[in-house]
Design a protein around this ligand. Structure first.
Ligand SMILES: [Fe+2]
Length: 941
């Protein structure tokens, strides 16, 4: 402040305008008058910051204090008033319906007659006389009426202020919206103070006073740790966080206009009011079914009975497309909504047609042959002529739908069965021209490759003892040893013994035995659902690729006490064993798809992050440097999670209908949370070590040595992990010079404590929670969170359609067990293996529903923000932080170039070769649409 006053004084001295008569009155001159004083503003321009906001600065004037207010000694000029201007950028909706347009016009007319938007500047200093912060008078935003018909997306308005010369620096702006409608403020820049322009990054909806009588407060983009908050902002900071926690607010149902972040359990997945079959257990808050917390909506409880396993009634549901509460600023922006509504239209059409078909002819609900699957991509859901005629007769508007929506009815060909264009930046070398190989999915090497470079590359583990053992209770699940014996695999080990192969780190495994086994009795009792607990062993070849050498399919012990069913399949020797092997692989893929979706994707990224995001909004001020760091990594996540509770993971929702565990899907997710999830092992290096895929090695670039060198998920992941780690290290070092500075940061400690104790309350007593006592602890925690929200989620999300859209490659659901010789079904398999294989996969309706959903889930919207990008360029006023962010962005860009080089390297056979898909899921940038690449900052879909 001292230096600011000094500047102020010098400025006043230099300004001829300062002595102009009539300008010394308190409150300062009007801008019109000041604007005529050309020489005054020209002189002052030398005092403005290096980031001016155009011509607005011209209207600034600083006038000297009267002589009697100057201190002793040589007369020091003292400014009396500062004239400043706030430039407010408002973003409009791209499309307004008629009702909104009328309301907007009404607001513009009301504004003209005085019901305007009022702004007020708050100083970083307190007023010693009044006790609170120094405040400007409220000033109306100018231009609303005049700009009412402007069509641009962003519209700029201004408000003018004159404050006392001793006002100090603006640290906050309040906005009082006296219109009828909410509006979205993108940013405010206040120009005119000798300290330079003050930036306020808002990106927030401001509610009208009829909804919220209190003005909105936006803080400066200068980062302040809590203890360093300027005196004028301290109470506002405390009050704002209290409001965001909902303290003092009613505890009822939240309105969609609210800005309150609270926690609740997953008690809204079922709908017991609709019928007992729609009731689902509450997840979270119960020892038996623990789960992370989700955003509280406060909706009323259901009317009818208690859900199973709960002591309380479930929350009533609000069905899509009715909005479910998330804090107002968590809502999707226009670009995202447009993408989703196109997806919804597709979904409607894609689901509608198969339902129509099945209503006319129940016989064709299965695929008759692989050509039927292919036709989904070639012709869409065009119907056979006879059936079409029948349909047209019965329901004439079907013809209209077919004609008008031809493009939408056709499914895009998934990458796994089509050629993939070369990566974007480099010219494609000959090796990069990937030819079409629509039968690759049938091959064992492709099946194994996808464990390293597919959409679920996080379950493969090194086998460290033979035979594999179950950790389940033998009293319930029988002997723990796998049925796979040395005899099953010895011929597949390139002449090695099993012991040698173990010692040489050549045996790997996908083990879904323990996660599925406790649910199998219930799953297999469902109509049209059949599953095993599977184990698959792989051998690492000299070429660095994996080959499957045995698959074990397990069922629980029979109810009559018979030995449990364990069957082992080995690579085929003849036609029949080939189809049995293909069916066994399909069951492995079905296990893998379930674990991928329910655990790795949903639980470990979407659900596990939600408590950290809720706690951040409740405890970290927007001025907090860590909030500023986290902000882009929290975008859209609460909204997409709320949508998922409405239509994906809810009882009878898409996930239940699409995956083998059916109504037990979310219980399985809860089981994994209880048994497996721990934050300290969610970072990439810890996860690789846990799975035995890497060992610590300080001589290696990332401190790790991978035991499969060409493991695309891990190698590319380590590039991004390291970039994130360096960025977090550098950023944390700027604000936390000592352990005490971390321990003494009250907001930071409250954030983490609450995320653990309340957000993950069911695991709060676990001994493994990382500590938050040192700068290194903080950087490590942030690295893990940023990794999970960006690269890890992208790796698990954006390949869903490109690899899983071709259902035979990766069936999410199986309807038949693998027949054994003597079973009645065995004869069907032998008689028509294609038909039998397809009949074990999802039906036509299940397939098309599933494809439609993963099509949307794999799509980048046009407004996606990718790792290293921040459209809010003024997110911080700290030049060192901005420089570190640029360095991070550069490192991310270099990682992308390296990924492209790797995809062109013929030595890397798990990502480059004849018909092999390049691994681009961690290539940071992408265009909109389904691209099988691109790492958004946050979990956005
Ligand atoms: Fe996702």
């Amino acid at each position: 402040m001292a230096s600011a006053m000094k500047l102020l004084g010098r400025s006043s001295l230099a300004s001829p305008a300062a002595a102009a008569p009539g300008r010394e009155r308190r409150g300062g001159p009007c801008f019109a008058a000041v604007g005529r004083e050309g020489s005054a503003h020209r002189r002052r321009s030398s005092l403005r910051s290096t980031a001016p906001v155009g011509a607005l600065a011209e209207r600034v004037v600083v006038t000297p204090a009267p002589p009697e207010r100057a201190g002793a000694g040589p007369p020091e000029p003292h400014p009396q008033s500062v004239a400043a201007r706030a430039v407010v950028t408002v973003r409009r909706r791209r499309k307004e319906d008629a009702k909104r347009r009328v309301a907007e016009q009404l607001d513009a007319y009301a504004d003209r007659v005085g019901r305007s938007v009022l702004l007020e500047l708050i100083s970083t200093e307190t007023d010693p006389r009044k006790g609170g912060p120094k405040k400007s008078r409220r000033s109306a935003l100018v231009g609303w009426f005049e700009k009412k018909d402007v069509k641009t997306e962003r519209v700029v308005y201004t408000a003018d202020f004159t404050v006392d010369g001793s006002f100090g620096e603006p640290g906050a702006v309040t906005v009082l919206n006296r219109h009828q409608r909410e509006f979205f403020i993108e940013s405010i820049v206040v120009e005119g103070f000798p300290s330079g322009p003050a930036h306020f990054t808002c990106n927030s909806w401001v509610q009208p006073t009829r909804v919220d009588r209190n003005p909105r407060v936006f803080f400066t983009n200068k980062p302040y740790l809590p203890a360093e908050t300027p005196p004028g902002l301290q109470e506002l900071r405390r009050q704002q966080l209290s409001d965001l926690r909902g303290e003092g607010a009613d505890t009822g149902e939240r309105r969609i206009t609210d800005r309150v972040w609270e926690y609740d359990v997953y008690n809204d997945l079922g709908n017991p009011d609709k019928g007992a079959e729609f009731a689902r257990p509450v997840l979270g808050g119960e020892q038996q079914l623990p789960y992370p917390r989700r955003m509280r909506t406060g909706r009323p409880k259901t009317i009818t009975g208690k859900p199973p396993l709960s002591h309380d009634r479930a929350e009533s549901r609000v069905e899509y497309p009715e909005p479910i509460y998330v804090s107002r600023d968590e809502e999707f922006e226009d670009g995202k909504n447009e993408m989703l509504s196109e997806g919804a239209l597709k979904a409607l059409l894609h689901n509608f047609m198969p339902l129509l078909v099945s209503s006319v002819s129940p016989d064709i609900r299965d695929f008759a042959g692989f050509h039927d699957v292919d036709n989904l991509f070639k012709e869409g859901l065009r119907l056979k002529q006879a059936l079409q005629d029948q349909l047209f007769q019965k329901i004439p508007f079907v013809r209209k739908i077919q004609e008008n929506s031809e493009g939408l009815l056709r499914y895009d060909t998934p990458d796994i069965i089509k050629s993939k264009p070369a990566p974007m930046r480099l010219p494609p070398p000959p090796s990069m021209i990937h030819g079409e190989d629509k039968f690759a999915w049938l091959r064992d090497d492709e099946f194994a490759r996808q464990a390293l470079a597919g959409i679920n590359p996080v379950n493969i583990e090194r086998l460290q003892a033979f035979p594999p053992m179950s950790k389940l209770d033998p009293a319930v699940y029988g002997p723990p040893e796998s049925a796979i014996t040395e005899e099953h695999i010895i011929g597949q080990l390139d002449g090695m013994s099993v012991q040698q192969a173990l010692q040489d780190d050549r045996l790997y495994m996908l083990d879904y035995h323990d996660i599925f086994m406790p649910f199998l009795d219930r799953i297999n009792a469902l109509d049209g659902r059949k599953a095993y607990g599977t184990r698959t062993l792989f051998f690492l070849t000299a070429a660095g690729t994996l080959k499957p050498i045995a698959i074990e399919l397990c069922l629980p012990p029979m109810t009559d006490g018979c030995a449990r069913a364990k069957r082992v399949f080995t690579p085929p020797a003849d036609a029949t064993s080939n189809w049995l092997w293909q069916l066994a692989k399909a069951h492995v893929c079905s296990n893998d798809a379930g674990v991928h979706q329910l655990i790795n994707h949903w639980l470990r990224t979407h659900a596990a992050m939600e408590p950290f995001i809720i706690a951040a909004h409740r405890h970290l001020s927007t001025m907090h440097p860590i909030f500023k760091l986290l902000k882009p990594h929290m975008r859209y996540t609460l909204k997409i999670n709320a949508l998922a509770r409405q239509i994906l993971i809810n009882g009878d929702g898409v996930i239940e209908s699409g995956f083998t565990p059916g109504r037990y899907c979310m219980e399985m997710s809860s089981f994994a949370y209880r048994e497996l999830w721990r934050l300290d092992q969610e970072g990439l290096p810890a996860d690789l070590i846990r799975r035995g895929m890497a060992v610590e090695d300080p001589t290696q670039p990332h401190g790790l040595r991978l035991l499969i060198e060409d493991y695309p998920y891990a190698t590319d992941g380590l590039l991004l992990w390291s970039a994130i780690r360096r960025w977090c290290d550098a950023y944390v070092a700027m604000y936390y010079p000592s352990d005490e500075s971390v321990q003494g940061d009250t907001e930071l400690q409250s954030w983490y404590r609450e995320a653990v104790h309340t957000g993950h309350a069911d695991k709060r007593d676990a001994p493994w929670w990382p500590r938050l006592s040192t700068p290194a602890d903080l950087a490590s925690l942030l690295t893990t969170l940023l990794w999970l929200t960006s690269a890890q989620h992208a790796a698990l999300n954006f390949g869903q359609y490109p690899l899983g859209g071709y259902i035979p490659n990766r069936p999410p659901l199986m309807r038949r067990l693998v027949p054994a010789e003597g079973d009645p079904e065995y004869a069907h398999l032998v008689a028509d293996p294609h038909r039998f294989f397809l009949s074990a996969l999802p039906s036509l309706t299940q397939t098309t529903t599933f494809m439609t959903v993963i099509d949307t889930l794999s799509t980048h919207s046009a407004d996606e923000q990718y790792l290293g990008e921040r459209p809010d360029e003024a997110w911080t006023a700290d030049p060192a932080a901005l420089a570190a962010a640029r360095e991070f962005a550069d490192e991310v860009r270099r990682a992308e170039e390296e990924i492209e080089r790797r995809n062109a390297d013929t030595g890397r056979r798990n990502r480059c070769g004849a018909g092999v898909l390049p691994y681009e899921l961690m290539a940071p940038t992408s265009g909109p649409g389904i691209t099988c690449r691109g790492v958004p900052n946050s979990v956005t879909i």
